[in-house]
Design a protein around this ligand. Structure first.
Ligand SMILES: Nc1nc2c(ncn2[C@@H]2O[C@H](COP(=O)(O)OP(=O)(O)OP(=O)(O)O)[C@@H](O)[C@H]2O)c(=O)[nH]1
Length: 356
C-alpha cells in the first residue's frame, strides 16, 4: 500500500518532458511529480529560512538547548532531503523526517514552551505527506500531546490549551481524511495509467518510469525482452480471445517464477520486458531457464505448448535504459533468427563485459 499523498513507486521520476531539464526546471519538475519529495524539499527551506537563523538567535539568547534542537533538526531535514534527491527513495527519509517533526515539536516544547503549539499545525499536516495515514494520525496525536503537556506550566488552567488540543486534533483528522481520499485516487489512477489492462502487469509507461529511476541509480541489472513464439498462429487457431488468455497465462506464470524484486511489464502485443535488478549472469540465466520450463509446462495454446524467445542485455551503471533496451531487442532478434525458443545473450562484440 502506498503512502497517502505519495504517488506511485517512482513518483520522483520526472515526466518525460522534464527528463533533460537541468537546474531549477529539473528541481521543479521532480518536486511537482512527487508530493513526498516536495515536502522534504520544503523541510530544507524551513531549515534554511527559519531554523538556522533561529539557532543563531537562540545562541545569542544563551538558550543552548533550543539552539541545539534547531541545528539538529536542520541537519536531519537537509540530510533526508539530500538522500531522497540522490536515490529517489523517499520512504526512509519520509519516516526520518516524520519522527524528527514529532521529536522537534517536543524539543521546542522543552526549550521554548508554548512556541511548540504553533509548530504543531504545519508539523501535523506534513506528517500526512511523509508516512501512511494511520501512522501520521498516531504521530500527530503524540505531537499534540507533547506540545500541550509541555506548555502546561505556562498555559495550564487557561482556556487556550483545550482550544489548542481540539483544533490541532481536528487538523490531524482533516489531514487523515484528505490522505485517505488521495490514497484511493492514486490507487485508481495507478491502475488506469500504469498497469496493462489485459494482464495486470506494468505497462510501457510504468516501465519507462521505473527504468529511468533504476538507470539513475548505481544498480546494475539485466533487461530481458521476451516475445512469445508464433503468436499469430496461436491467434489464428484460438481466436483473439484465446490469444488473450494465453497472454494472461504467460504473465501469471512469469510472475510466479520471478523473484520479489524482479519487474515484469508488457510492452504491447505478445512482447514483455523483465527487469532483473542485481542480476548476475549466472542467476539471470538460471531464472530464465526456470521461466522457460514453467512456460512450456503450464502455458498451453489448446494442446500445443507455448514457447518464447528472449534477448538479454546487462545494464551498465549509468547507461540510459533505452540504449540497454535496444541491445536486448537486438539479442531477441538474433534469438528469433536462430530458430526461436531460446535465450540470447549480448553478442561478444557488444562491448559489455559478461559478469558471472
Ligand atoms: N490476442 C491478442 N493478439 C494480439 C494482441 N496484440 C497483438 N496481437 C497479435 O499478435 C500477433 C503478433 O504476430 P507477429 O508479430 O507476426 O509475431 P509472431 O507470429 O509471434 O511471430 P514471431 O514473433 O516471429 O515468433 C499478431 O497477429 C497480432 O495481431 C493482443 O493484445 N491480443
Amino acid at each position: 500500500m502506498h503512502h497517502p499523498l505519495r504517488p506511485p513507486p517512482t513518483p520522483h521520476a520526472a515526466p518525460a518532458a522534464n527528463a533533460n531539464a537541468t537546474g531549477w526546471a529539473a528541481l521543479w519538475g521532480r518536486v511537482r511529480a512527487d508530493y513526498t519529495l516536495g515536502v522534504l524539499v520544503l523541510g530544507v527551506l524551513v531549515a534554511v529560512v527559519w531554523l538556522l537563523p533561529f539557532a543563531v538567535y537562540r545562541a545569542w539568547q544563551g538558550n543552548w538547548v533550543a539552539m541545539a534542537n534547531d541545528l539538529v533538526l536542520s541537519v536531519l531535514l537537509s540530510a533526508a532531503a539530500g538522500y531522497a534527491w540522490r536515490t529517489g527513495d523517499t520512504r526512509a527519509p519520509g519516516w526520518v523526517v516524520a519522527l524528527a517533526i514529532v521529536g522537534g515539536i517536543w524539543a521546542i516544547g522543552v526549550a521554548a514552551r508554548f512556541a511548540a503549539l504553533f509548530w504543531t499545525y504545519p508539523g501535523v499536516l506534513m506528517l500526512f505527506f511523509l508516512v501512511p495515514p494511520r501512522a501520521a494520525m498516531l504521530l500527530g496525536a503524540l505531537a499534540v500531546a507533547g506540545a500541550a503537556g509541555l506548555s502546561w506550566s505556562e498555559l495550564g488552567g487557561s482556556e487556550g490549551l483545550p482550544f489548542f488540543v481540539f483544533t490541532a486534533l481536528l487538523t490531524a483528522l482533516l489531514g487523515y481524511v484528505v490522505a485517505q481520499q488521495a490514497q484511493r485516487h492514486i490507487a485508481a489512477w495507478r491502475t488506469l495509467s500504469l498497469l496493462d489492462a489485459l494482464t495486470g502487469v506494468g505497462n510501457r509507461r510504468l516501465l519507462e518510469l521505473e527504468l529511468a529511476q533504476a538507470a539513475r541509480g548505481a544498480s546494475v541489472g539485466a533487461l530481458v525482452v521476451v516475445d512469445l513464439d508464433h503468436f499469430k498462429a496461436i491467434n489464428d487457431r484460438l481466436g483473439h480471445d484465446g490469444g488473450d488468455a494465453v497472454l494472461r497465462q504467460f504473465a501469471s506464470v512469469a510472475q510466479a517464477v520471478l523473484r520479489k524484486t524482479d519487474r515484469l511489464y508488457r510492452l504491447g502485443g505478445e512482447e514483455f520486458v523483465l527487469w532483473l535488478p542485481h542480476g548476475e549472469r549466472g542467476a539471470v540465466q538460471a531464472l530464465l531457464e526456470r521461466l522457460r520450463v514453467a512456460v512450456t509446462e503450464r502455458v498451453r495454446a489448446g494442446e500445443v505448448p507455448v514457447t518464447f524467445s528472449a534477448g538479454v542485455a546487462l545494464h551498465v551503471a549509468g547507461e540510459p535504459w533505452a540504449a540497454c533496451l535496444a541491445r536486448a531487442d537486438a539479442a531477441l532478434y538474433r534469438a528469433k533468427r536462430a530458430g526461436r525458443d531460446r535465450i540470447e545473450w549480448p553478442a561478444a562484440d557488444a562491448g559489455v563485459p559478461a559478469r558471472t
